[in-house]
Design a protein around this ligand. Structure first.
Ligand SMILES: [Ca+2]
Ligand SMILES: [Ca+2]
Ligand SMILES: [Ca+2]
Length: 551
């Protein structure tokens, strides 16, 4: 190719490329070689200021891939500088530094990327005078501003300027709504409210699979203080070890639309007369607390150590567990769990509580002392919730197991059609779980029950009932869950094995088989019968799906 032609070609190619094309910007705090331009892992932005260097050039559509290591907002010592989220920019952390997609990252916590406000690196128990007022700020952001996979620590909102006394971890002032996932906010502090985060004036950030730990919250909200905010969402979040005068973990003040779903609150403390060891909500609003486990929180002055509601008249609490929350002197009566003004239904409250579906019985959690708050097989929380109050779109529980699962041997005492939701953040993980999705035929909906311990060479009994008599029923077995539309219903198993059976005159199929030896623990299989039945929408009826998991 002649030089002139090459030059013309190059110019024309340049004209086709936008000046700042969307792409991936790599960051690696510990890298010492390469071009420091973010183009690849080998040429990643380097050093503790690498995230800020990448953010400075990031445009909408960009993704930041940030390797493990500790990152600071500034090296000038200025406490007012923060990591400012940007619309259209997703910041992914906790890479090993070789991956090509966020999905390839190791489990969160394996290789943490830390956004630290401890500018002098000297925190210990007392040295916070150098720390950033806020670690993360969100001015002007919507849901396209994403923070995913970071530890956010060391924010110290202890200043006297505007908002400098609130939101040590993340500040959400105004109608901002960033998306925060897989983040661990730890050891943040403030003097006014919201050690991990402060939300006001219509802010609607969402937090999914996040934890808020060891926050020192000043007056209001050891983890979060929401004041006149919007539809803030906490989904599968963990609040532990936070402290404030009012609202040990979460304060919701004069705010409409907050949803707290599938969350765990434990070891939080309110130290003032406002109480609310885990949660305080007040002054209007319609906060919905759903499927939360609120256990072993405390209040040292006010009586209410679990959830205190002061005039949040439209707030509701459903499918929750309140247990071992301790008021002054360690008292653990009903009044120490939730105050009487609160609308609580389908929940376990220690000491009992007036409301439909409520129970006062011990939830029989696995090991409260050591922090295992999942229910055990005898727990009254199993299949005892109200399906109508399961948050729309929720498919997973706190532990990422199916949120709706039927414990086959346990009576459904809650409201709704099986599978009925359990109380608390965890759905019980039985060897056999019913997953619903039956499809009615001529006699109604076929019912499938599998039983047996799923140990080596044990017997598994398979029992189909309420199918069309004298027909053919296909047992579908899968090594994964499909959950796809099929013949007017839902095919639950991914189809790996298909076995035809003749149904009895009464519409039953019963057979045992021997579970093989050598199957490791935690292996799941899915089962469902599809029955030839002209009474079904497309010539078939289906049983509920069943999931078996080896112990
Ligand atoms: Ca410090
Ligand atoms: Ca259940
Ligand atoms: Ca059941």
């Amino acid at each position: 190719m002649r030089p002139m032609l090459l030059r013309v070609l190059s110019l024309s190619l340049l004209a086709l490329v936008p000046p700042a094309a969307a792409g991936t910007l790599h960051v690696d705090a510990d890298l010492l070689t390469g071009l420091n331009d973010g183009s690849t892992w080998a040429d990643a932005f380097q050093g503790p200021l690498g995230v800020q260097a990448a953010l400075a050039v990031a445009v909408a559509g960009d993704e930041l891939f940030v390797a493990q290591g500790t990152y600071l907002p500034t090296d000038t010592g200025s406490r007012t500088v923060a990591f400012a989220l940007k619309n259209g920019v997703a910041i992914y952390g906790s890479f090993l530094g070789t991956e090509t997609s966020p999905d390839e990252r190791p489990p969160f916590g394996t290789a943490p990327s830390v956004l630290s406000g401890d500018l002098a690196g000297d925190d210990g128990l007392a040295l916070f005078g150098d720390n950033s007022f806020h670690v993360v700020t969100t001015s002007g952001t919507d849901a396209t501003a994403v923070l995913d996979g970071f530890e956010v620590r060391g924010g110290a909102a202890t200043g006297g300027g505007s908002n400098q006394d609130r939101g040590g971890g993340i500040l959400c002032t105004g109608a901002v709504g960033p998306t925060v996932r897989n983040c661990r906010f730890v050891a943040n502090r403030c003097t006014f409210g919201g050690a991990a985060g402060y939300v006001n004036n219509g802010g609607f950030p969402s937090f999914t699979d996040c934890s808020f730990e060891d926050g020192v919250g000043g007056s209001f909200g050891g983890a979060f203080d929401i004041a006149s905010g919007g539809a803030v969402l906490y989904e599968r979040c963990f609040f532990r070890g936070n402290t404030a005068a009012r609202a040990g973990a979460l304060e919701v003040f004069a705010t409409t639309g907050v949803v707290v779903n599938n969350c765990v609150f434990t070891g939080n403390t309110a130290t003032g007369s406002g109480g609310g060891g885990a949660i305080w909500m007040g002054t209007g609003g319609n906060t919905r607390v759903r499927n939360c486990t609120i256990v072993a929180n405390s209040s040292t002055v006010n009586a209410v150590a679990g959830l205190r509601n002061q005039n949040a008249s439209a707030a509701t609490v459903v499918n929750c567990i309140f247990w071992d929350n301790a008021g002054p002197g360690g008292a653990q009566d009903a009044a120490n769990q939730v105050n009487a003004a609160t609308n609580v239904t389908y929940s376990i409250v220690e000491g009992g509580f007036t409301g439909t579906g409520n129970q006062g019985a011990d939830p029989l959690l696995a090991d409260i002392l050591n922090g295992d708050l999942a229910p055990t097989s005898a727990s009254p929380a199993l299949d005892a919730g109200n399906n109508a109050e399961v948050q729309a779109g929720t498919t997973l529980d706190f532990a990422h197991a199916p949120r709706l699962a039927d414990v086959l041997g346990v009576a459904d005492t809650g409201a709704g059609t099986a599978p009925v939701v359990d109380l608390g953040a965890y759905e019980f993980e039985s060897v056999w779980l019913g997953l619903g999705n039956g499809l009615a035929g001529t006699p109604g909906t076929p019912a499938l029950v599998l039983d047996g311990p799923l140990t080596a060479l044990s017997t598994v009994s398979v029992a189909l009932a309420n199918a069309l008599g004298g027909s053919t029923a296909f047992l579908v077995v899968g090594f994964a869950q499909l959950g796809a539309p099929f013949k007017g219903g839902v095919m639950v198993p991914d189809i790996d094995v298909l076995l035809p059976f003749a149904t009895s005159g009464a519409g039953a199929v019963d057979f045992p088989f021997t579970w093989p030896a050598g199957v490791p623990a935690g292996v799941a299989t899915w089962y469902q019968f599809w029955v030839q039945d002209a009474g079904g929408p497309k010539g078939f009826a289906a049983s509920n799906g069943v999931k078996g998991t080896t112990p």
